[in-house]
Design a protein around this ligand. Structure first.
Ligand SMILES: Cc1cc2nc3c(=O)[nH]c(=O)nc-3n(C[C@H](O)[C@H](O)[C@H](O)COP(=O)(O)OP(=O)(O)OC[C@H]3O[C@@H](n4cnc5c(N)ncnc54)[C@H](O)[C@@H]3O)c2cc1C
Length: 264
């Protein structure tokens, strides 16, 4: 990768104008992914002077700056409290501490990485992404959006909720990319189930969620029915890491296990 110019933005507007001056200009998050890129860029826009590295807990929400590192995110007490720790656990499953001190939460979301161990669990919470200048959209809307991003992710806003979460990453080794990751949350808004690295990017299992959320109590046979709905409606595939049939077997086991764990 070759970058011709480095630019440290003074304001968000300044960063936005610089980003859109040339079609190959890019924003720098932690730079861990960009460092591996082979494409060339006219200008790299650095947001580090814009105070986007803070986590603020409000009465009903947690506001996370896009430059917060994965390690600061993982170890923050407000994040640790979410769903009894499953979000922290997921963040802590990415590479080693040294790496997580560099990679940012913003870069982890913007990349829409199919293997992401962050996107999958975050999809199970009520999350808004705040962009400059456009405003807010849900994480699910962003994942489904198409085209080059010409705006800047400034914050991730998580609605606080009392509930229990479950996260499972299946990989060949601890430091490897996921073969499949699964996250489930059970809170006042009901159940939310997400699967990622299918090998496609994280997605919500709406049919299974809708089924569980119209029930007053959830029995073992309801859990089996929800698992069937996941297998029938979520698209799994094969790649060099695993065959489709293996991913389906993993989903069958871990969605059932996760649902049992969060059902109280
Ligand atoms: C070797 C390696 C192994 C990894 N393993 C895993 C893993 O097992 N599990 C996992 O979940 N992830 C893994 N990742 C991904 C990693 O966790 C980060 O998601 C990734 O490095 C991106 O974060 P970053 O801060 O480095 O982003 P950068 O590399 O800085 O940026 C990534 C992209 O996002 C854009 N961007 C960054 N910030 C913003 C912003 N605020 N607004 C708009 N655009 C922005 C950049 O322009 C770029 O296009 C791995 C990455 C690497 C390099």
């Amino acid at each position: 990768m070759e970058i011709k110019n480095y630019y440290r933005a003074k304001t968000l507007e300044d960063a936005y104008l610089k980003l859109n001056e040339h079609s190959s200009n890019i924003i720098a998050g932690g730079g861990a992914w960009l460092k591996m890129s082979t494409s060339d860029h006219e200008t790299m826009v650095d947001l580090s002077g814009l105070s986007l590295n803070q986590i603020d807990e409000r009465k009903d929400s947690i506001e996370i700056g896009s430059l917060v590192t994965l390690r600061d995110f993982e170890t923050n007490p407000s994040i640790k409290a979410l769903g009894k720790g499953y979000i922290s656990e997921a963040a802590g499953s990415v590479m080693g501490v040294g790496f997580r001190n560099v990679a940012s939460i913003g870069g982890s979301i913007i990349g829409k990485f199919p293997f992401s161990d962050l996107i999958t669990p975050l999809l199970t919470l009520n999350i808004k992404l705040k962009f400059y200048p456009e405003g807010e959209m849900t994480l699910e809307e962003y994942i489904k959006s198409k085209g080059r991003l010409s705006s800047i992710l400034t914050h991730i806003i998580i609605e606080k909720e009392n509930g229990k979460g479950y996260f499972k990453k299946v990989g060949n080794t601890v430091l490897d990319f996921s073969i499949l990751n699964i996250a489930i949350y059970h809170g006042i808004h009901g159940y939310r189930i997400a699967l990622g690295s299918r090998p496609g990017v994280g997605t919500l299992a709406h049919e299974a969620m809708d089924y569980l959320n119209q029930l007053k109590t959830v029995s073992d046979s309801d859990i089996n029915q929800a698992v069937e709905l996941v297998l029938n409606h979520i698209r799994f595939g094969g790649n060099e890491a695993a065959e489709e049939s293996y991913r389906r077997e993993l989903a069958k086991v871990y969605v059932a296990r996760g649902l049992k764990e969060v059902t109280v």
